[in-house]
Structure formats: structure tokens, C-alpha cells
Design a protein around this ligand. Sequence first.
Ligand code: G3P
Ligand code: CA
Length: 257
Amino acid sequence: FTQYPENTIIQRPIVSAHRGVPSLAPENTMVGYQMAFDLGADQIETDVQRTKDGQLVIMHDNTVDRTTNGTGAVDQLTLAEIRELDAGIKYDPKYAGEKVPTFKEFLQAFKGKDIVLLVELKDHDIEQQVIDEISAEGMMDQVVMQSFYLDSMQVMNEIAPQLPIGYLFSAAVPSSYEAKVKNAKKMVDYGTLNDVTLNASYGTVYEEFITYMRQRGVMSMHWTFRSEEPFVDKLKQGLIGPITDYSQWLSESPVYL
Ligand code: G3P
Ligand code: CA
């Protein structure tokens, strides 16, 4: 890492708006994504799952319980049932009426706009369907993929070699970290046509891994920044790809203004 003196102007990071801007608007909703875009985020991060009747929707949790006024597992509800739910009211009544977005709706809203969509697969076996929907919109050059499932990203590598893929991992203890890093390195050394990013939780990035990535010119994104101190600290250390709930920091933080 390059250490910067206090008050040094730092290169503006590539900011991913995590589930939109959940510090200001309900997560994974169209209103939140639009806010991220308006705040100047570089990427919008989102989570894709499949409904009981095989449709792609956007939801982080396995169930709709936390973020909507309904209950039940996403894969046990039909698209029609999920679209009946309110995805804004629990967050703040002023957002009442927000729907759980379909993946298609999300794509179409940002098609051709100056923003990258960082799409996380929360389900196995949806890779082809996800690619089909992105292709149908002609958006293969506007999407970056990521998953905690290494096998899922390997499938992506087979069916969409032109699409950047990211392996997500976190490791709170060094012993678990070793295994995750082994996987991550496998991705880098996979001999893929894809650009690979290694996306670790920011608290679990160790120097050896940073060095490995830097030597190979591998991009890395880190999640999920929810307080300003570590965000600023990591930027000062040279981190370029923060994933955050606070895209408004792009205009508020003094560090790179
Ligand atoms: O983008 C990284 C981050 O979203 C991974 O964790 O649980 O928020 O999907 P999670
Ligand atoms: Ca995610």
C-alpha cells in the first residue's frame, strides 16, 4: 500500500451502490437504484434470485419477510405473488408502493445509461437465464457479474466468456481465509477470457493477497462500507473499488474533492 499524508487528494474510487442506496431509500428497489444513479455511482450492485415459477427477481434475502410486507421464501412464491408485495413501506411509509423489481425491469431502466450493473447471483443454476435476459437487452457490455459460488462463476466463464466475473468471499479468521484465497487464486489463474475481480469483505483483506492481485493486475472490489472511517482509511491505502450503502459519500467526503 501507498500511504498518503493527511489531506492528500486521492483518486476518486469506483463506487458500487450496494443494493441501491439503503441508507436513504429501501434496498433493491427502483427508487433506490435511481438515487444511486443520480448520486453519480459508477456501478449499481444488486442480487438476483428465481421465483417459484422461474422468473428472475431482485431480492437479497431468501425470504421476502425483512424487506416487504409479506412472508415466505422467494422460491416458494410466484412472480405475481411477489409483485403484490410492498417493498418500500417497511423502510418508510413515504416509499409505500415500491415493488420488488424484476431483473428485466432493472436492466431496462439503465440500458444505455452511463452506469455499470454489478449483478450478484444468489441462486445456483440461473446463470444461463441471467445471460439470456442481459443478451436480450443488448447489455452484455454494461454488466459485471459476481457470486459467492465459485462454481457459478466458472459456469459463467463457460457460457459468457466476454463478461467480467467476480468471486465474492469473506474470511474472518486466517484459517478460513487461506481456503478462500486458494479459490480466489484459482479464479485468477483459470486461464479465462473474462476479466476477473476478487471481491472480499474489506475487513478480511490481508497483505499477501493484495500483493498477489497487484502483481497480476487484478481488480478488486470490497464490501460493504457503512461507516466513513474505514472507507476513508481504505481509500488512503489505495483501495479503488468500494461497495457501499452510502453513495452520497461521493459528494460529501472531503477526501477526493
Ligand atoms: O457486493 C458484495 C455484497 O453484496 C455481498 O454481500 O450479503 O450484501 O450480498 P451481500
Ligand atoms: Ca449482494
